[in-house]
Ligand binder design. Sequence first.
Ligand code: PRP
Length: 208
Amino acid sequence: MAAELVLALTKGRILDDELSLLSRIGIEPVDDPRTSRKLVFETNNTNIRIMVLRGTDVATYVEHGIADVGMSGKDVLLEHGGDGFYEPLDLGLGRCRLMVAKLVKEGELPTRLRIATKFTNTAKRYYAERGIQVDIIKLYGAMELAPVTGLAHRIVDIVETGNTLKANGLEAVELIEEISTRLIVNTTAYKTKNEQVRSLVDSLESIL
Ligand code: PRP
C-alpha cells in the first residue's frame, strides 16, 4: 500500500486557488475546507489528507515532517528560514512583491533609520547584507501608518496593486523579493515517499 501523503495548505484568501490547483490534478477534499471548521480533511484519494493552517505555520509543519508537502507564500518562507524542506515549484498564486516603502514627502532623515515591518528577519537580513545599520520595529498590521505617524522612517511590506501605499502618501522604493505561493516538500519525505511526492510535483508542474 502506498504511504500516506499529508498536504498543508494556507488558509485565507489563497485557499480557493490552492484547492482549485489540487482539483485540477484530481485531488478533492471530502468536506469543503472553506466552510468547515475542521482542520484536517480526507480526500477522494485515501492516501492523501489535507491540513489547513495559518500561512506562518505551514513551513513549521512541513519542516517537522507532520505535513509532507505544503503550499506557502514566499514572504512567509523567507521570514521562516529554509531548513528541513525543499522548494521545488513556484505555484504562481498570490503574486506580489516584498518592498521597502517610504513617505512620498519625506523630511530630514537620521543616519540610522527605523524600519517597521512584520517581516523582521527578512528586513534584518536585507539591511545587514547591504551593511546598513537600522533599527527594526515589529508590527503586526497597518504598516503604512508607521511612517505617517513618525513611528518609523521606512516600512518593509507586501505590495500588490500599490493602492494602500498610495492612499497613505507612500511609495515603494526598493524591491526585496518577488513573492508567490511555493510548493515545499519535507526533505525526509522527499526520500521516503519519493514516488508519491514526485507524482504530486509532476502533476502540479504539468498544469502550471
Ligand atoms: C497587504 C499589505 C498591504 C496591502 C497591499 O495587507 O500589508 O497593506 O496588502 O496591497 P495593495 O498593494 O494591493 O494595496 P493584507 O491585506 O494582506 O493584510 P495583512 O495586514 O493581514 O497582511
